[in-house]
Design a protein around this ligand. Sequence first.
Ligand code: PBG
Length: 338
Amino acid sequence: MEGPRSWTAAGAGFPERRLRRLRRTPALRRLVAETRVTVDDLVAPLFVREGISEPVPISSLPGQSQQTVGSLVLEAKRLVSLGVPGLVLFGVPERKDARGSGAWDRDGIVQVALSELRNAVGDELVLIADLCLDEYTDHGHCGVLAPDGTVDNDATVDRYGAVALAQAAAGADIVAPSGMMDGQVGAIRAALDGAGHDQVAILAYAAKYASALYGPFRDAVDVTIVGGGDRRAYQQDPANRREALAEVALDVAEGADLVMVKPALAYLDILAAVAATVDVPVAAYQVSGEYAMVKAAGERGWIDGDAVALEQLTAIKRAGADLILTYFAAEVAGQLHG
Ligand code: PBG
């Protein structure tokens, strides 16, 4: 034969292997699929806002709303009926202050909502509370500020301990510190254990990048960072991979029960590296901007939004996620139930 070797490899001295044989029918494909997203993998992020009487749609997150406590409970019951095992809750307080005191107030919006949720759904849903100050501070940073305007690490970590106690007392199964302060996981574990909350788990936002993909989320929680600032002095630089592994190792050593990589799709290399390294469950957060992009292109008819959502979630799982926080949770659960 002339030219390059024939694609069939016939006569080339090795057995012919045709990879298309196992792709031939839907049943064959189902049988050999390595990765499947299931409802059991999904966690739905939800927003509860103080001082409103009707849910307020979030325009940059089509299909998502700021909920009242009442509509939040209905949403949680819908998740139970769809078989989604968990939600992660974010609060939008009526008033913000310099220290973010609404975050640890016993009557703060998330605490009130958590106890209502617990009463309504019992143990049928895992209640995860995002643990941060940015929704509660008037300057929009994830912690308390030092006189020079930078975020004071240790003063912030002290407040995170107080937030964890308030969330645990209100009924959180898991607290999820997202502020990227050094030592936050250890301090929260100590605070919880010291108050008898040794069964409350910690999901550490361990490798969390300073991403432009959080834009719609900031609309959802009414956060503007003072003076056009950003979070690059505490969240990770998207250029770096090694420090993600250092962050994860520290969080596990400090007592994290689960670790998270965030955002998801643009960080699959990080996710795969983390999943190969740790012996705790690994979560990935498909963030607001990732959701918004799929929704926007889907609405224009430029892509099939449902198919792309499932494809991206499958990729996130294939890269190593055991669970995925995603605004698609309810929708995809419906799709998977067919
Ligand atoms: C901080 C927090 C943020 C998100 C989750 N927790 C915002 C930020 O770090 O700026 C973003 C989630 C998303 O974009 O969907 N409380």
